[in-house]
Every structure is written in C-alpha cells, then in structure tokens.
Ligand binder design. Structure first.
Ligand code: SAH
Ligand code: SF4
Ligand code: F3S
Length: 456
C-alpha cells in the first residue's frame, strides 16, 4: 500500500534559469508533502507548467501546451486517477485571470511569490479552482525549503542559487518588473547557508541568479548591506566550491568592488553576461537603459583591465520601435567592437502593459527578421573565431558527466563551452587542465594535460 501514498509531480519549465531554480524549489517543497518528481506525465497526480512571459511566443506556448495536457488527461477516461493541472511562473503572474478564463481545465494558477505556499495551494485545488498571484510582504525564500541533499546530489556538480529577484529598472520593452515585482535581495546568511549545503552535497560550481544579479545588496548579520563583489569573496571561502558565476548583470550595476573581485578571485569565472540590447544611443534612451554605448565600451575596457582573459556575452533586441537601419548598424558595430564570445539576439516582441507597446513606429516584421539574420551571422562568426582561438590553449575544465561515446567525458571550460575529452569516467567531479585540440559548432575537444601544474 505504501506506493499509493507517494504522489507524483511532473514539472515542465520554460524561460530563464530562475525558472529552473524555482522548479527545483517547488519539487523540494512538494517532496516534504509526499510528492516525488517524475519525468513521465502519464504517472503524474500533479502537472505544473512553470511559464515565461518575456516574448509573445513564449506566453502563447502555454495555451497550446495546456490544450495538449487537457486532451491527454481526458483521453485517460473516467477510471484514471485524478490529475491536477497547475500554471506557475511569469505568465501565471501576468495573466492569471485570463488563464482561468481561457483554460477551464486548469485547477491552479500561482505566481512566483507564492511558491512557498504550494503544498497548501495544491491541497485546496483538489476541491476548487485556485488562483494566487499576490505579492505578499513575507520573505518567500525564508519559507522555501533548502535544496534537499539527495536531490542536489542527483542534480549534479553545478547548481543555480537565486540571490536576488525582481527588477526596478523598467526597461521599456520588458515585463520582468511586473511579473517578478520589485528588486529584493536575500540576506547574506541565507545565501551562504544554501551555498554551503550545495558544496556539502558535492556541487563544485554555483551560478548566482538574479534578474539584476549585480544589483545585489543583501543584509549581513549586522544589518549592513553587502554587494555582489563582497558576496563573491565570502562564497570563495567555502571549501569544495571551486567556481562561481553570476547572471544576469546590468551595466549600470557593475561597480568597482565587483570588477575588483574579478581581478582578485580565481574562483570567479572570467566569463560575463552583460547585455546592452542595442548599440544606438537613441534606442538605448528609448529603451530606458540609462547608459550610452560609449559608457558600455568604457566599462568593458575597465573590466578587461582587471581581468585580461575576460570573455563576454550579451543580449540584443532588434526592431525596437523607431529603430532605423542606422541604429541597427550601430548595434552591429558594438558587437564587433566588443567581440562577444557568444550572444543571444531576439526580435522585439510587443508586451502588453509595457511602455514600448504604446510607442509609434513599430518596426515591420520582415525588417526585424532581416536584421536578426544579419546580427546572428555576425555573432556566429565571432563565436566561431572565439572557439577557434581556444585551440592550443590549456584551460581548467570541470569534468561533469560521461560523454556521448564510451571512454569519453564531457565538461565545461571557464567560458562555459562544452568540452569533449577522451578520458575515464572516474575523473568526473574533478577540475583538470585540458589542452584544447579542436572545435565543433558549439563545443571544444581536448586532452587532459598530465604532469603539469593546473593552468588558470
Ligand atoms: N535582466 C536581464 C534581462 C532578462 S530578459 C537584463 O537586464 O539584461 C532576457 C532578455 O530577453 C533581455 O536581455 C532581452 O534581450 C530579451 N527581451 C526582454 N524583453 C523582450 C521583448 N519584449 N522582446 C524581445 N526580447 C526581449
Ligand atoms: Fe527587464 Fe531591464 Fe529589468 Fe533586465 S533590467 S529585467 S531587461 S527591466
Ligand atoms: Fe521569462 Fe519570467 Fe524568466 S518572463 S525570462 S521566466 S523572469
């Protein structure tokens, strides 16, 4: 009989890394209430979609997926066990009422600020449809369970750790300040405790997360505000934790302390995601980014002075309202000047409720498509060049998992490139010097250097 007591939850995650982190926290919260995770929807008593609202396509996907899940549930016939359907994440927060209206099969809708109440909400949803999209005053992180040791061990050698959530920047294209609310930093002690627990469970690399992670200003035990640079120093002291990354940063919050941390901490990886979105000052102003292209380039120079091997990645939006061919060329220009190791680029998507949606001069779809193609060609060429430049160099690689073929392992370089190595699986978990011998489209291959000190 004991088997029937364990219920199963199936979670499908869309969007950014913070949603990945949140899905794991939901799994952890539910496991304390008798739910085990499953990767088979057919086994699930509870199906959760953790959704993303950042672009129209991402948001619309939720409704088609909900239709599929409803059909799946209905086809199982009346004798099948009950299966609750819930929607979490940023679409739930932005249009919870609409989901309830458009998708009657949904039992439960709840926003990112309600995850610590999930078990209670699920219990209620068994009897009636439930919606919870409030922004409560309480600290949700203080109420969320710590990552479970067994679950962390299963999740592997790298982990995400949310240190900051929400955003006060209000870029004119972006929904995040509305879906995630005002910027909040977790207290230092909470972050350190979670990082220690991760390291104890075998995690070697942690990626600190926040929509504006470098705006982090958590309070320490004396009530003093601590910035991200200082936090990185504290994390670097944790034994077993060997690599620290953070994402996503805003150029305006890249302060001197954080730049100095890149100079002083070997554990802080020399790879920085620092989006600029556009290379045109006119468009940057309309986007409410509150800095110029020249200021961004000066900042990059300062960062590279502190850490000469720093590689950069970024995000770009093409076809923001009013963007001319000249503005777009300024974007191509900054891409070349910075020489990104990789970058994400998107067509501007009009988001309801944001200032951008009200602007004149919306750019026609074919123009956006054409610009995106040109930008991506430029970015791909730079990425290929960056990868090619790695050949012959020796990097420390975190050996993470078995490779595709027997006798192979796969790891990550400091620049997050996947590295394929002919080596034994017993090396998994170690950070070893690897000489890069070849490149493929999105990865490197190499051989472990023996008898040499580890290169950094
Ligand atoms: N906090 C991060 C961005 C989070 S959203 C930052 O400030 O950089 C991730 C990326 O999605 C953004 O950097 C932007 O490039 C893209 N994005 C956000 N809103 C968008 C929109 N309305 N249309 C197209 N892309 C968008
Ligand atoms: Fe969105 Fe801008 Fe905030 Fe990033 S900084 S989350 S792009 S509003
Ligand atoms: Fe998407 Fe919300 Fe992340 S809108 S990008 S899931 S913060």
């Amino acid at each position: 009989m004991s088997e029937t007591n364990t219920k199963k939850v199936f979670i499908k995650t869309y969007g950014c890394q913070m949603n990945v982190y949140d899905s794991d926290r939901m799994t952890d919260a539910l496991s304390e209430h008798g739910y085990a995770p499953t990767t088979e929807m057919g086994e699930a008593d509870l199906v959760l979609l953790n959704t993303c609202h950042i672009r129209e396509k991402a948001a619309e996907k939720v409704y088609s997926e909900l239709g599929r899940i409803r059909d799946f549930r209905d086809e199982r016939g009346p004798g099948a066990k009950k299966m609750l359907i819930g929607v979490a994440g940023c679409v739930a927060q932005a249009e919870g009422d609409e989901i309830m209206r458009r998708a009657p099969a949904v039992d439960l809708v709840f926003g990112p600020q309600s995850y610590h109440r999930l078990p209670e909400l699920v219990a209620k949803a068994g009897a009636e449809r439930v919606i919870d999209t409030d922004f409560p005053e309480e600290d949700k992180f203080a109420h969320l369970p710590q990552p479970r040791r067994e679950a962390t061990i299963k999740r592997g050698l790298t982990a995400f750790l949310t240190v900051q959530e929400g955003c006060d920047k209000f870029c004119s294209f972006c929904v995040v300040p509305y879906t995630r609310g005002a910027e909040v930093s977790r207290p230092v002690a909470q972050v350190i405790a979670e990082a220690r627990a991760l390291a104890d469970a075998g995690v070697r690399e942690v990626t600190l997360l926040g929509q504006n992670v470098n705006a982090y200003h958590g309070l320490n035990d004396n009530g003093r505000s601590v910035g991200l640079g200082e936090l990185c120093h504290m994390l670097a002291d944790i034994e077993g934790l060997e690599r620290i990354r953070y994402t996503t940063s805003h150029p305006r919050d890249m302060d001197d302390d954080l730049i100095a941390a890149h100079r002083d901490l070997d554990k802080l990886m020399p790879y920085l995601h620092l989006p600029i979105q556009s290379g045109s000052d006119r468009i940057l102003k309309a986007m409410n980014r509150r800095h110029t292209a020249a200021e961004y380039l000066e900042l990059i120079e300062k960062i590279r002075e502190a850490r000469p091997d720093m590689a950069l990645s970024g995000d770009f939006i093409v076809g923001f309202p009013g963007e001319t061919e000249e503005d777009f060329e300024a974007t191509l220009d900054i891409v070349r000047k910075v020489g990104y190791a990789s970058a994400f680029s998107f067509k501007y998507s009009t988001r309801p409720g944001t200032p951008g949606a009200e602007m004149d001069d919306q750019v026609p779809e074919p123009v956006k498509a054409e610009r995106l193609e040109r930008l991506q060609a430029e970015i791909n060429a730079l990425q290929t060049a960056f990868n090619a430049g790695c050949v012959g160099m020796t990097f420390p690689v975190l050996i993470e998992k078995p490779g595709r073929n027997p006798g192979q392992v796969a790891g990550r370089s400091p620049y997050l490139q996947p590295v394929h190595i002919e080596a034994d699986e017993s090396l998994i978990g170690q950070i070893l010097p690897v000489e890069i011998t070849g490149t493929a489209k999105n990865s490197l291959s190499g051989t472990i250097v023996t008898g040499k000190a580890q290169a950094v």
